[in-house]
Design a protein around this ligand. Structure first.
Ligand code: ZN
Length: 327
């Protein structure tokens, strides 16, 4: 089965020379030009994906009308046909962690589209929850979120540091806490902490040299909390220190790389990327049966909305039975 996770490539990425995207100019024009070549799988037209695509799936769920997975990488399968599709494709371009999406002609509205971030996830159902965009290759393209809350905003995992995004987040009230679901998705945490003066939270089991100075480490098995609205649920397995953020009033669980739907719409723990223990990860999924949530907003994989707790629990139970039968 194809995965929604990106390939964990070791090759050194070549930053895009595209201006106004928060990326630096390329170190080597020669390397950049060959890596930036249009994939032959793209249809003719303005938008295209280059050969550096890491198959992270971001563009495909952000602008499914335009991007498709072909031969284990993204490609433009249909050019945007009207304004709204074009904006979504440009939002995907700005969110692509490797800067692999391009337009043949400079996109005049790129600055305007940049200002649309952070993007509301669902204005009606999830007020105050935003997708930050600007996914970072350092986090393998994981989705970062912002929660606007009266007691202080929370940044969930790390976008690529971009001054324009930081300025927009400041307008929305800044960030009090930067909650890091686990060690893989920390990206530019230092930059964000420095510029927004936020306290970073990470489980001690996932602290590494680059995160040794986080302000708040979680110890033991929790649960912990941030005020009355947020519980932090220890869900070891993908990594020892994986933690989910449970936003109780809206029934949202931010799962990092612990649990999501795959691109093929199946529930998945993406076991091939497991860094600790698959059986532990499945035990951690079982904890979900006790939590009353309707939404899963993951770092990797597709988001999920359940009708209610009953549908959520049936789906989780079915998933666990399927996994048990497979073991
Ligand atoms: Zn991970």
């Amino acid at each position: 089965m194809a995965s929604s996770f990106p390939k964990y490539r070791s090759a050194c990425p070549v930053p895009s020379p595209t201006r106004n995207t928060g990326r630096k100019a390329p170190a080597s024009v020669t390397v950049a030009s060959s890596a930036r070549q249009r994939r032959s799988q793209n249809v003719e037209g303005d938008f295209y994906v280059d050969k550096r695509c890491i198959d992270c799936d971001t563009c495909r769920w952000m602008a499914p009308e335009t991007f498709t997975r072909i031969d284990r990488q993204s490609a433009v399968s249909r050019q945007p046909s009207h304004g709204e599709e074009r904006i979504k494709a440009l939002q995907a371009l700005l969110s692509c962690p490797t800067g692999s999406i391009h337009t043949e002609k400079p996109a005049k509205e790129i600055l305007e589209v940049q200002m649309t971030f952070p993007l509301p996830v669902d204005e009606q159902k999830l007020p105050g929850i935003y997708l930050c965009g600007f996914h970072s290759e350092k986090s393998y393209g994981a989705a970062p979120y912002l929660i606007v809350h009266p007691d202080g905003n929370i940044l969930v995992d790390s976008p690529r540091y971009t001054k324009k995004l930081a300025d927009k987040i400041k307008i929305l009230g800044g960030v009090r806490y930067m909650f890091l679901t686990h060690k893989d998705d920390v990206a530019d945490h230092e930059e964000w902490s420095k510029h927004l003066n936020c306290k970073r939270i990470l489980h001690s089991r996932d602290v590494e040299i680059t995160t040794a100075d986080v302000e708040m480490q979680l110890y033991g098995d929790g649960p912990w909390n941030i005020g009355t609205d947020f519980d932090l649920i220890h869900t070891p397995g993908h990594t020892e220190g994986s933690v989910c953020l449970y936003y109780k009033p809206l029934g949202v669980l931010f799962t990092g790389d612990h649990f999501a739907k795959s691109e093929e719409s199946e529930f998945d723990i993406f076991a091939i990327y497991n860094k600790d223990s698959v059986s532990k990860q499945l035990d951690s999924v079982e904890k979900f049966l006790e939590l009353d949530f309707k939404w899963i907003l993951p770092g990797h994989g597709r988001r999920v909305e359940f009708r209610d707790m009953q549908e959520k629990n049936s789906a989780i139970e079915e998933f666990l039975l399927r996994e048990a039968a497979r073991a």
